[in-house]
Design a protein around this ligand. Structure first.
Ligand SMILES: C[S@@+](CC[C@H](N)C(=O)[O-])C[C@H]1O[C@@H](n2cnc3c(N)ncnc32)[C@H](O)[C@@H]1O
Length: 213
């Protein structure tokens, strides 16, 4: 039986308190921004949290309009506060365990940071397929993600680097090896699938929907 603690306000607040201390998180987001297409009209952020990554994308591509999806009340509140009065942004409630709403439309880029790994692996793969469908031809998917270590020893080293132990492990995490992410993307028809950056369990994986089918 899997649990997803992100529905709890306290879980969200604990993450937000510690977020800035996570080693190399900023590096991952820098790489995510480097991978954005030069021209972005519409961007979707999956598991937007308080909208931090959507905010970075919109700072890099101010001409873009963005949608952020999340299912946590506290995160939705904070994202709406962040973008209050910004006509470019819509923040919508959506549970990523369910298929993406058909009303979303098409995007030049879909981003996500440290969110999709809270879905079961089969759902993560299905979501990647839905991302393919809503990307315009030539559109880019960039996922800064928490991925699995290849061994328990390396997992414990990762936790230690965060000042944590196995007792602190988030049971909401359903980590998948970076190789599996790339296999999914390739199998779904994406091209230029690559892990562009990795530090221990943090990775930036990106792929492009082919310009011509
Ligand atoms: C580690 S936080 C990352 C938030 C933000 N993207 C960031 O980089 O700070 C994980 C986010 O995923 C969201 N999340 C987890 N499971 C979800 C689900 N099933 N549907 C929608 N959002 C989910 C949580 O509410 C939370 O905002």
């Amino acid at each position: 039986m899997t649990v997803n603690l992100w529905v709890n306000e306290e879980h969200a607040l604990a993450y937000l308190r510690e977020r800035d201390t996570l080693p190399h998180r900023v590096d991952a987001l820098e790489v995510l921004c480097e991978l954005l297409p030069a021209r972005v009209e519409r961007v979707l952020d999956l598991g937007t949290g308080d909208g931090v990554t959507l905010g970075l994308v919109l700072a890099a591509r101010p001409e873009a309009k963005g949608i952020g999806l999340d299912f946590g009340d506290e995160m939705l509140r904070r994202a709406r506060d962040r973008f209050a009065g910004d006509a470019r942004v819509e923040i919508e409630r959506h549970d990523l365990d369910r298929a993406l709403p058909s009303s979303l439309g098409e995007f030049d880029v879909v981003v996500s940071s440290f969110a999709i790994h809270h879905c079961p692996p089969a759902r993560q793969r299905a979501l990647y397929g839905e991302v393919f469908e809503i990307l315009r031809p030539g559109g880019v998917f960039v996922n800064a993600e928490h991925v699995a270590s290849p061994t328990e020893a390396l997992h414990l080293e990762f936790l230690a680097a965060l000042g944590r132990t196995a007792a602190d492990d988030d049971p909401s995490n359903q980590l998948v090896a970076v190789e599996q992410h790339l296999t999914w993307l390739n199998d779904l028809g994406f091209e230029n699938c690559e892990c562009f950056w990795k530090w221990r369990e943090l990775a930036v994986v990106a792929a492009t929907r082919p310009a011509v089918a």
